[in-house]
Every structure is written in structure tokens, then in C-alpha cells.
Design a protein around this ligand. Structure first.
Ligand SMILES: Cc1cc2nc3c(=O)[nH]c(=O)nc-3n(C[C@H](O)[C@H](O)[C@H](O)COP(=O)(O)OP(=O)(O)OC[C@H]3O[C@@H](n4cnc5c(N)ncnc54)[C@H](O)[C@@H]3O)c2cc1C
Length: 455
């Protein structure tokens, strides 16, 4: 098991990475520069969206160097479920209960705006990334769970939150026929999207490289200096040399703690699993994306691909109780035990009419998510470290957040715009209080499940 917190050199190949493109192992220059105005650590969606927004908004942008330890988009962004699911009620409802209605509203509206912005970008740039806009269907398997989710939804709707109007309730009576999911006791549908993440991110980097961004793949950062020097420059040590920069953005997500020890137990590497299911025989058309919510902590996410195949991830019931399998575990070189058999026969088990489809798992892979200890992303300047920025902690839900988060980050990094003027959800701001907090919701969820009955 890889416990050293750096990306594993032998990560498994995901379905999305079966056809790597020409920047996969790209280096803009043979040697690394000795200085850059901005260094971005990480070559995933966060880094791609950040450089895209910097170049779009600041055409005379300063020099930017992107350092990626492995191949381009080989972290979570190249291993996820491809699901862009702006959630108008589930997390937003939880957040409203905990942090007040304004926070719930900010989150719901931010995620809705993200999907619109990604769609606009993909259409404007004619990105070939299989983006499909459709409806997400959240399926609940007990009446209590359905009641609770819908009560959250109604509270937000009553409060006049615009994007919540898009969400539609399906009663228990029709849940199975409307969702097509066996045993559904109720569901909620709302606008969502899905795409081929690697293709989107590769496109963004292709544009960025053309406009002068220095991309260096297979270049691992081993250290960031503890303080900036007297000129305000940070030293970033890699396995190919040292670079100095006044501004460094850490977009390494689940691997942040290896470079910034204060992020230990703040952005927690969380091992997850997804697979690609091929459908050789006749099978009912699926147009929705799905969350099958068996329990609060146990849910699967699923998208239908435009070619009729399926990408589905989750399988927490198989491994969540065994903490060592996932918590603080950065090993994406091997499968999580039991996951393959969990997905064998998955469509036949859960979806009406799929019994004779012959659907089978074609590719299956492990990936590492970066779970934030308070389950909220962490964005902005790192307190007490002028010139260092954090962009991570997406808690397995970065796809409907990263694009516009990067827009706000671009303003903070290039123009020193204060966080509160960026329009980003206030609860995403990195603060001293968040960094000092000893609360750990990820551990709390695990303890409850580990100590609870095995139903
Ligand atoms: C199995 C799985 C399924 C998921 N499904 C979904 C989904 O359907 N919908 C959704 O919204 N989200 C999903 N997610 C989460 C989503 O993929 C992430 O939120 C998102 O990709 C994070 O992007 P990122 O760029 O911040 O991180 P990453 O894509 O992980 O990028 C970080 C990069 O930094 C590099 N790096 C790390 N350390 C160093 C270093 N020291 N030096 C140089 N480079 C370094 C890594 O190699 C990596 O490429 C899923 C994640 C996983 C693992």
C-alpha cells in the first residue's frame, strides 16, 4: 500500500485514459525554468480550469509553470465518474441546516451556474468531450430517506432559491417506473451533465500551452520551502531541479499533505472506485444520470455514455468499514478488494429490463479523492503564507464546482482580489479557523458506520 502521500507511479489505467492524447507526457521545454511568476502544482481539472481562466481574463498574463508528477490528467480527474451533477437540494439542504440558508443558497446557485458555464465553454470552444446535458435522478430506497430528502428540498424551494425550482419530486408510487430502478421508494430529478473529463482537460491544456503556459508532466514536486525568501519568492523543489516563484497554487488535491503538512487530516486521501460497463445485448435506453442512495454514506453514481455503455462508481458497502482500504490511502495501483464482484451484474441487479443485456464490467479502476475534513472545498490564500494558494478538498464532488472556482482563484492569484469579492461561496474560503479545527466529519461518518449495525 502507498502511504507516502505522493502520487503512485503505477496508477491503474481508467477507461477515460485508454486513448491518451499528445500532451499526456508533454514537456514544453527540456529544462525547467529557474523562475516563474506563477507555479501551479498538479495537472488535473483544477489546474486546467485555473490556467484557462487566467489566460481568458488576463491576456497579458504573467509566466505560468504547471508541474504534474505523472501524466497529464492522471489523478482523480482522469479516474472519475464523468458526472457533473449540480446538486440543488441534498448537500445544499445539509449546508443550510448547518451554516444557514444563505450558505445553502450560495452552494446550490454556484453549482447550477457551473454547469451552465462549462456548457458555454464547451460549445464556444467546440470541445470534443461528449458533453450531454440531461436529468440526474436521485433514487431513494427507503421511505424515510425519501421523506427527509424531499423535506430538505421543500424548505429550500419555499425559501425561493431559484435553482431548486428545477428539481422535481417523484412519489413512491411511480418511483420504480420513472427511474427504471428496482426497489426505488422515491426519487428527485434535476438538470445535470456528463462528459469525458480527460478530453475536456486535455483541450484546456492544449489551448494554454499554445498561449505560452509551460507544462511539465512527469515532474514531481518534492518540497515547498517552509517560508518565502526575503524577496517574497517560494522555492519549489522537484526531482528535476528547483524553481522560484512569488505565487504558488497547490492544486494537488488528495496529495496536498505531502507538500503542506498543515493539510494532514484536512484534505484526506480517500480511495474510490469506478468502472465502465459494456452492453453487448439489447438493453433499455438510459438517458438519466443516477445516484442510487442506499444510505447516507453508501451511494453509487452512474452515467450512461452516448454509445450506450455505462460508467458507475461507488461500492462503499464493500469496503467502507475497513478504514485502511480507503482512509489516507493513495494507492491507485490496485483494485479495492471486493469491488469487481460488486459491479459484476450491476445493471441486471438494479435496472428494470436489463436482465438479459449481457452487460459486463469492461474496465475497472481505483482513484484517489481529496476529502476535506469539513466536507467543503478549500480555496484561496493559505493563511499565514503570503503567495501560497490552495485549490482542493473537493470531497468527491469537484466536477460541478471546479470550473467557476477557478475563475475566482484566477482573480485572487493574478490580481490579489480578496476572497469576499470573488463571488465564490463563502464557506469554501480557506481560513485559519478551518485549518485549526480538530473536527473531522470523514472520520465521524466512518465511526458511526463502523459502530452501527450491519444491515
Ligand atoms: C473514482 C472517482 C470517481 C469520482 N467521480 C466523480 C464524479 O462523477 N463527479 C464529480 O463531481 N467528482 C467525482 N470525483 C472527484 C473529482 O474527480 C475530483 O473532485 C476532481 O477531479 C479534482 O480535480 P483536481 O484537479 O483538484 O485533482 P486531481 O485530478 O487529483 O489532480 C491533482 C494532480 O496533482 C498531481 N500531483 C499531486 N501531487 C503532486 C506533486 N507532489 N507534484 C506534482 N504533481 C502532483 C497529481 O498527479 C494529479 O494529477 C471522483 C473521483 C474519483 C477518484
Amino acid at each position: 500500500m502507498n502511504t507516502n502521500s505522493f502520487p503512485d507511479p503505477n496508477g491503474m489505467v481508467s477507461f477515460w485514459r485508454t486513448a491518451p492524447q499528445n500532451l499526456d507526457n508533454f514537456r514544453s521545454t527540456e529544462q525547467l525554468p529557474t523562475e516563474s511568476d506563477i507555479i501551479v502544482i498538479g495537472g488535473g481539472y483544477s489546474a486546467a480550469a485555473l490556467v484557462t481562466h487566467i489566460l481568458e481574463k488576463y491576456p497579458k498574463a504573467p509566466s505560468i509553470l504547471v508541474l504534474e508528477a505523472r501524466q497529464l490528467c492522471s489523478g482523480a480527474s482522469g479516474r472519475n465518474g464523468g458526472h457533473i451533477k449540480p446538486d440543488p437540494y441534498y448537500h445544499a439542504g445539509q449546508l443550510a441546516e448547518e451554516h444557514g440558508l444563505i450558505s445553502g443558497r450560495e452552494l446550490a446557485e454556484f453549482e447550477g451556474a457551473n454547469l451552465d458555464a462549462v456548457k458555454e465553454y464547451v460549445e464556444r470552444e467546440k470541445v470534443d468531450c461528449d458533453l450531454i446535458i440531461t436529468r440526474a435522478c436521485d433514487v431513494h430506497f427507503s421511505s424515510d430517506q425519501d421523506k427527509q430528502a424531499k423535506s430538505r428540498l421543500r424548505k429550500l424551494r419555499k425559501a425561493g432559491i431559484k435553482v431548486v425550482k428545477d428539481a422535481s419530486e417523484v412519489s413512491g408510487k411511480y418511483a420504480e417506473t420513472v427511474s427504471g430502478v428496482k426497489g426505488a421508494k422515491g426519487c428527485v430529478t434535476f438538470t445535470a451533465g456528463h462528459l469525458w473529463p480527460y478530453k475536456l482537460i486535455h483541450h484546456m491544456f492544449t489551448s494554454a500551452v499554445k498561449r505560452g503556459v509551460n507544462l511539465q508532466t512527469n515532474t514531481r514536486v518534492t518540497k515547498i520551502s517552509v517560508t518565502a525568501d526575503s524577496q517574497g519568492f517560494w522555492s519549489v523543489t522537484t526531482d528535476r531541479g528547483v524553481i522560484r516563484a512569488p505565487k504558488v497554487v497547490v492544486a494537488a488535491n488528495s496529495y496536498t499533505q505531502a507538500l503542506l503538512p498543515e493539510y494532514k487530516d484536512k484534505i484526506i486521501p480517500y480511495r474510490g472506485i469506478s468502472c465502465h460497463i459494456a452492453t453487448p445485448g439489447p438493453s433499455p435506453l438510459l438517458v438519466n444520470t443516477y445516484a442510487l442512495r442506499f444510505k447516507d454514506w453508501d451511494f453509487d453514481y452512474l452515467i450512461p455514455r452516448p454509445d450506450g455503455s455505462i460508467v458507475v462508481g461507488g461500492a462503499r458497502s464493500v469496503y467502507f468499514r475497513n478504514k485502511a482500504e480507503w482512509y489516507n490511502n493513495t494507492d491507485d495501483s490496485a483494485l479495492i478488494k471486493g469491488a469487481k464482484s460488486y459491479f459484476d451484474g450491476y445493471m441486471q441487479r438494479h435496472f428494470c429490463g436489463w436482465e438479459n443485456s449481457g452487460a459486463y464490467v469492461k474496465e475497472i479502476w481505483t482513484g484517489i479523492m481529496g476529502y476535506s475534513s469539513d466536507k467543503l472545498p478549500r480555496l484561496g490564500p493559505i493563511p499565514g503564507k503570503s503567495g501560497l494558494y490552495i485549490m482542493g478538498g473537493w470531497t468527491g464532488h469537484g466536477m460541478p464546482q471546479i470550473f467557476l472556482a477557478a475563475k475566482g482563484m484566477a482573480d485572487m492569484v493574478v490580481s490579489n482580489v480578496p476572497y469576499h469579492q470573488t463571488g465564490l461561496p463563502r464557506v469554501f474560503e480557506e481560513t485559519e479557523a478551518r485549518l485549526q479545527s480538530t473536527s473531522n466529519k470523514v472520520m465521524d461518518s466512518w465511526s458511526q458506520v463502523a459502530q452501527g449495525p450491519r444491515l
